[in-house]
Design a protein around this ligand. Structure first.
Ligand code: FMN
Length: 450
């Protein structure tokens, strides 16, 4: 069972900052250093930092609710945050979110290859296509481009990035002091890419990094998002409202991966879970109720509107949620619909639930939570989990002190790091130079069982 930790570079969750055990230092390096140490001591595979390139404005077209309730804002830049965490750890993998919508592939290829060198192969990139109009409006656009266009650009972005990572062979540096020869030009090549969105000559100014490609994480849940993930992702991050939808999602994704000619075991699926642990189930439920009471309906609505990129104030908030045509995060919208159809609640009530829920709540004793995690693993819905703390560092401490010993007792998680790189710890092969051809949409699939 692989373990990753979902950590905002800002206040955690919707109301995590209000919790009495939440740290207040999310604008300081010490906060991230402390959490990095907790996670490495507990032998987490990876810390994962999400991102947003705007102060959310979805609710009522204003940033007022986001600022007032601290939903989705503030957000520090994840890249310096994980760099700070890298400097105080030796094994922990470090994933930063970066959007293909508003960057150039050369910049991101360079940044992540640099991080992979500096960390000895512990870097990961969560590839997102972004989902808010407010983000597009910070980069010269009127609104979020349609999904097909976002994924079209992302596809070309990944092709260029991986080709740049492959532009140096692993043998390119000779470093021969005697002869004065530093490198072998025949082991370095330009990419000369001319496409719809990018023109990039290459080569990259950073040699091939310890992992070949930093680990690629993806969380798209729409059909285009799943195809994109099946081609490019090493790790898939998702969230579900029930075990059944988790099983369906994993089955569908593994099928898409195999159709692409990739080995489905080389793609790790990590559903998000929020664990609230108590001595007994009743204790845990009481702790979760106390946490849920911190959520104002407005804060919950603000978070929901931010994730679906729809101004919910255009509807009667005391009526049912109508079907939404084009949403921001398809995965979160599916969970909302599944919950709303089951519970028959108004928009306002759904918002309140959504604010307190974070993703995939598991509320109970350590044994009960371990049972559920084991069930997801054995049902094929997960290769591990993204632990999404309600508040930090408190909920990570609760998880590592209470749930982790129970998972260890069952032999479900290793007690030592298996290797030195994140790929080794996740059981992922290091890509050969030229692997991009097996993944890119512009090249033919090479067939199952390659
Ligand atoms: C659990 C989860 C976490 C996500 N985290 C982020 C994030 O931190 N930043 C971001 O811009 N998008 C995030 N996304 C959005 C997606 O990765 C994706 O780019 C977006 O949802 C559009 O793709 P889709 O419609 O295929 O889901 C997340 C999605 C899910 C399901």
């Amino acid at each position: 069972m692989h373990l990753a930790a979902f950590l905002n570079a800002g206040p955690q969750g919707t109301v995590g900052w209000r919790h009495p055990d939440a740290g207040t230092g999310f604008l300081t390096a010490e906060h991230y250093v402390r959490i990095a140490r907790i996670l490495e001591d507990a032998r987490f595979d990876m810390a994962f930092v999400p991102d947003s390139l705007a102060v959310p404005r979805s609710l009522g077209g204003s940033f007022d609710p986001a600022v007032r309730w601290g939903t989705g804002t503030p957000r520090l830049d994840p890249l310096p945050v994980i760099t700070v965490m890298a400097a105080v750890t030796r094994h922990l993998g470090l994933a930063a979110t970066a959007s293909t919508g508003y960057q150039q592939p050369y910049n991101l290829a360079r940044t992540f290859a640099t991080l992979d060198h500096l960390t000895g192969g512990r870097a990961a990139w969560n590839v997102v296509t972004s989902f808010q109009d407010a983000e597009a409006q910070n980069f010269g656009q009127d609104a979020l481009p349609p999904r097909a266009e976002r994924y079209g650009r992302a596809e070309e972005f990944l092709e260029v990035t991986t080709r740049l990572w492959d532009s140096w062979s692993d043998e390119a540096i000779v470093h021969d002091r005697e002869s004065g020869v530093f490198g072998r030009p025949d082991q370095v090549e330009a990419i000369d890419h001319v496409g719809e969105y990018f023109r990039v000559q290459g080569p990259l100014a950073v040699p091939r990094s310890p992992q070949g490609y930093p680990v690629i994480v993806q969380a798209g849940a729409s059909p285009s998002g799943r195809d994109f993930a099946a081609r490019w992702a090493d790790v898939i991050f998702c969230s579900h409202e029930s075990l059944e939808s988790g099983i369906d999602f994993a089955r569908d994704l593994r099928r898409r991966v195999a159709e692409r000619g990739r080995d489905p075991r080389q793609v790790k699926i990590l559903p998000a879970v929020t664990t609230v642990v108590g001595k007994t189930t009743a204790d845990a439920e009481a702790a979760h109720r106390a946490f849920a009471d911190l959520v104002t309906p407005e804060a919950g609505l603000s978070r929901m509107a931010y994730h679906v990129n729809v101004d919910l104030t255009q509807y009667d908030l005391d009526g049912p949620l109508p079907p939404l045509a084009e949403v921001g995060v398809e995965g979160h919208y599916r969970e909302i619909v599944e919950f709303a159809e089951r519970e028959k609640l108004s928009i306002r009530e759904i918002g309140r639930w959504y604010g307190a829920r974070t993703e995939g709540n598991m509320v109970g004793s350590a044994e009960a939570i371990a049972d559920t995690m084991q069930q997801w693993l054995e049902a094929g819905a997960a290769d591990g989990f993204m632990i999404q703390a309600t508040h930090v560092p408190g909920a990570f401490v609760d998880f590592t002190e209470r749930v982790l010993p129970e998972l260890r007792r069952r032999g479900l998680v290793p007690t030592e790091y298996a290797g030195t790189t994140l790929r080794e710890n996740l059981g992922l092969d290091r890509p050969e130079r030229g692997e991009w051809r097996n993944r890119a949409a512009s090249t033919a699939p090479v067939g199952v069982g390659r």
